[in-house]
Write a protein that binds this ligand. Structure first.
Ligand code: ATP
Ligand code: MG
Length: 879
């Protein structure tokens, strides 16, 4: 039996022989693609080539790509575990042609690979072909049809509609017909009963799609029309785990050697066997699947969190924990123990996991522990609902359980059923739809077509060397988000840095010399990167009129002061990173950063709070390096391997073909891969001052700091504050003055307390003297001068100890507010049925207030101090 490693390798070797460059997988977490949270197909990392933003360095490429389908257009999460061939994370094997070969080679090679290399039986294979769509003016893909007819009989070729067999990148952009290959893995006896063609695209677990070949040949315009693409491309994707199932003669992806080691480990630890019980099987599949998605995403830099991509990961983890808890009896964190297994299994293809194994396991363990606590609360909540005796669990509650406690609908339904209840599924779906609508509304953007002024022009970033340049517009378009209209402008040359790598984008102006010689300044508010395209954003309504007419020239200038301050912060971030490795250890790795003109924020892996002494050491190292005035050594376009050899800090999450730039401040100190802008020498930073240290997530800490003028301003402000305090205290030695002050305060407080005590004793004597027998009760009601409610309480209790058969009412003004206390001897409560809390409420009416307490002692507060006298007089009438 071919093992999965060999299967993967044979794919890559096959296409290498056909002239393809083999490239590594891009990270699961995408940088600079506003349309995607995670890489969900092989083509994601090549978008720029298809969009024509960039020329591909190789015309033919092949790889295996880590994909995650848990959000957006492709979301298979709910199927995973229940079926046997959809995963959250899976590998997509792909071969690409960027304007090179087209349908003929793609189909021919896919056939050759499947039937000659992998020796899959020909009579089990089916192909689908786009049938065309008259309404949309799209022709049938007769080319692909003719090609398939060379290999397959007519009854193994099926026609598919626009939904299944026409691929589009988005609302607009490249698109084209596709052709899928399906395989029938059923027993001969099953096949005899029903031909495979009737099961293609019918969700049958043994008749599955393994490979999709997309032929990009059109461009979808904003008005919906199609235009032929000048360069035609091939984009293919084959599900690696499904391919292994087919080649290894299995009935389920989970029976292949891709998943069996993990499944067997889970089975052993849970003490249950795989393949004996539907529920526990599903649970084992869920765990074996989800741990891959979680571990690889964390390794690629996305931590579980409360929003966006981080929340998606958190939800996957919770789903796994919940299945493990309910069906496999894992009451303690368990998933993290699977990480070493996966790290070893994939060390050859995806070494990023092995390299960060401990960190990844730790993050998962903490996340599991936290959720297990929530889960128990959720189960208790559900238990309460069951006990409350309702018939139906409201949709809102089901949704809360789902959203907050990670209970999928089926679990809540199951628990409900076991207790003879039903759930309001319609209500749940409504809540769910409302939530989806909320997140959609937040992000609806309407983009117009690009207006192209310069064809076939690539955009060049010159901002490492210049703050200003002459430029021409390649293209622009209007984009409307939440009724706000903005223009996106792409220039042939630009000094504007597009937000990426944590560094904010530049702002500035485009000074446009119009045809008549006049100058129009267009303000650029921000600059973003879309994949590798640098997009300048402007709210200036004049963009359209200025660029739709002829103009003479453009001078693009960035806001230099902001850029310089940003550069100080960015370079200081590198120095901090290096200093932290020295002080805290080599496990410190960047987990995120933010660099803008005001502050720098740096998130890094570390398992304990950074102590004040460590912070001081780090800061001292950084400032020493600043004073050394180390010159920047910048190298561009360095091959990634060479960069690693230079000792560049291993940064996972880089994608192949990104131009790698190496930033060095002393090769023995700081060498980093970085696309950001930096100071020419560290002395420019002036000073770095750490302002905060905190925790971001399990195993991740955050440092905030300021540099340059901001650090100077901070130090001055602190210095001025100290000076002001000195002046106020007329102190020569501030430390001594403050400690003297504190000492004096303690002394005075003690004296005051003694005085108050004395006074309270005095008042007590006065009250004792005033107690008189009224209707057989020892009664007194007095307005007293006591400083706190507590002092009143104490006085009342002391009198009660001395006097039997007591009915005492105290009224006082405490901090400008009226207070009443009523205290009774036990016999009055027990024998006469008096109740202090009732009495206090009655009396409190005089002071416009309320209160309560116990039957023998109660207090009240109010608003009307003038009413205190009335309290005393009324009290006498109550005896
Ligand atoms: P399906 O209809 O089976 O969900 P798809 O149409 O979504 O597949 P494509 O987007 O064309 O699939 O992806 C290309 C290939 O990737 C598929 O032919 C399949 O082999 C594989 N694939 C897609 N989704 C998954 C998944 N969730 N888990 C594993 N493999 C997948
Ligand atoms: Mg799908």
């Amino acid at each position: 039996m071919l093992d999965s490693k060999t299967i993967r390798q044979q794919f890559l070797d096959f296409f290498q022989e056909k002239g393809h460059q083999i490239v590594p997988s891009a990270p699961l977490v995408l940088k600079n693609d506003p349309t995607l949270m995670f890489t969900n197909s092989g083509m994601a990392q090549f978008k720029d080539y298809f969009l024509g933003n960039k020329v591909a360095p190789f015309k033919r490429v092949a790889d295996t790509q880590k994909c995650l389908r848990v959000s957006g257009k492709h979301n298979d999460l709910e199927e995973v575990g229940h079926d046997t061939y959809h995963h959250t994370m899976f590998e997509m094997l792909g071969n690409w042609s960027f304007g090179d070969y087209f349908k003929k080679e793609a189909i021919e090679w896919s056939w050759e690979l499947l039937t000659e290399v992998y020796k899959l039986p020909k009579d089990r294979l089916y192909a689908t072909v786009f049938e065309g769509d008259a309404k949309d003016n799209m022709p049938q893909d007769s080319e692909a049809l003719a090609l398939w007819k060379q290999y397959l009989p007519d009854d193994h070729i099926l026609f598919g509609n626009k939904k299944d067999n026409f691929w589009e990148m988005g609302e607009t952009g490249p698109c084209g017909p596709c052709s899928e290959i399906h395989i029938d893995l059923r027993d001969a006896s099953e096949i005899a009963k029903m031909p495979g063609r009737d099961l293609v695209n019918n969700d049958h677990p043994q008749v599955v799609e393994i490979w999709n070949n997309v032929f990009m040949q059109f461009q979808r315009m904003a008005d919906g029309s199609l235009q032929p693409l000048p360069d035609r491309h091939v984009d293919t994707g084959m599900g690696f785990e499904r391919l292994c199932m087919a080649i290894q003669g299995k009935q389920s992806n989970y029976d292949t050697d891709v998943f069996q080691p993990t499944i067997q480990f889970i089975a052993a630890k849970s003490g249950k066997k795989y393949g004996e019980n539907r529920q526990t099987d599903v649970a084992m599949r869920v765990l074996a699947d989800h741990i891959r998605a979680i571990a690889f995403t964390v390794a690629d830099g996305q931590l579980p969190s409360n929003n966006k991509a981080g929340y998606v990961i958190r939800r996957i983890l919770r789903r796994a924990v919940r299945y493990g808890y309910t069906f496999l009896g894992f009451k303690e964190p368990f998933l993290h123990t699977l990480v070493p297994l996966l790290a070893d299994q994939f060390s050859g293809v995806f070494p990023e996991l092995k390299a960060q194994q401990d960190f990844v396991a730790k993050v998962i363990q903490e996340e599991e522990a936290a959720f297990l606590r929530t889960l128990e609360v959720g189960l208790r909540k559900l238990d309460e609902i069951v006990k409350s005796g309702v018939q139906t669990i409201e949709g809102k509650v089901v949704f809360e359980l789902y959203d907050t406690f990670g209970f999928p609908l089926d679990l809540t339904a199951l628990i409900a059923r076991e207790n003879g209840l039903v759930i309001d599924e319609v209500g749940f779906q409504a809540e769910m739809a409302a939530q989806k609508a909320r997140s959609r509304n937040a992000a609806t953007t309407e983009a117009g077509d690009w207006v192209i002024l310069l064809e076939d022009e690539e955009s060049e970033f010159v901002g490492y060397d210049y703050m200003q340049t002459n430029a021409r517009v390649i293209k622009y378009r209007a984009v409307t988000t939440k009724n706000k209209k903005q223009f996106q402008i792409v220039l042939d040359r630009t000094p504007f840095y597009g937000e990426s790598g944590g560094q904010v984008g530049d702002s500035g102006t485009l000074a446009v010399v119009l045809a008549d010689g006049s100058v129009k300044n267009i303000r650029i508010s921000d600059t973003k990167k879309e994949n590798d395209l640098i997009v300048h954003l402007s709210e200036d309504a004049a963009v359209e009129s200025v660029f739709s007419a002829d103009y003479q020239s453009i001078t693009a200038t960035i806001n230099q002061a902001a850029r310089l301050q940003t550069a100080c912060n960015h370079s200081a971030t590198h120095l901090l990173h290096a200093a932290m490795k020295e002080v805290l250890g080599s496990h410190v790795n960047q987990k995120g950063s933010l660099v803008n003109p005001e502050v720098l924020r740096f998130d890094f892996s570390h398992f304990a709070k950074v102590t004040d002494e460590e912070l001081a050491k780090i800061e001292a190292i950084v400032n020493t390096r600043i004073r050394e005035n180390i010159a920047l050594n910048e190298r561009r376009n360095v091959p990634i391997e060479e960069a690693k050899n230079m000792g560049a800090m291993a940064l996972f999450g880089e994608k192949y073909g990104d131009f790698v730039r190496v930033i060095t401040f002393n090769p023995a100190f700081s060498v980093e891969l970085c696309g950001g802008t930096h100071v020419a020498a560290t002395g420019q930073i002036g000073l770095c001052k750490i302002t905060a240290e905190s925790s971001v997530a399990a195993g991740v800490r955050r440092i905030e700091a300021v540099t340059g003028v901001a650090a100077e301003a901070l130090v001055s402000a602190q210095f001025n504050l100290l000076q002001e305090l000195k002046d106020t205290l007329k102190a020569t030695d501030l430390r001594k003055s403050v400690s003297d002050l504190l000492e004096e305060k303690t002394k005075l407080t003690k004296q005051l307390e003694a005085l108050q005590n004395e006074k309270t004793q005095q008042i007590k004597q006065e009250i004792l003297a005033k107690i008189e027998n009224k209707n057989g009760v020892n009664f007194a009601a007095e307005k007293v001068a006591l400083p706190t409610a507590d002092a009143m309480r104490q006085l009342a209790f002391e009198v009660r100890q001395k006097v039997e058969n007591l009915f005492l009412v105290l009224a006082a003004e405490v901090d400008g507010k009226p207070q009443i206390a009523v205290i009774l001897s036990d016999n009055l409560v027990a024998d006469k049925g008096l109740d202090a809390s009732k009495i206090v409420r009655e009396l409190a009416k005089n002071i416009q207030g309320g209160g309560g307490g116990q039957a023998f002692f109660a207090t009240a507060g109010g608003k009307n101090t003038a009413g205190l006298a009335a309290v005393v007089t009324q009290a006498a009438t109550l005896v």
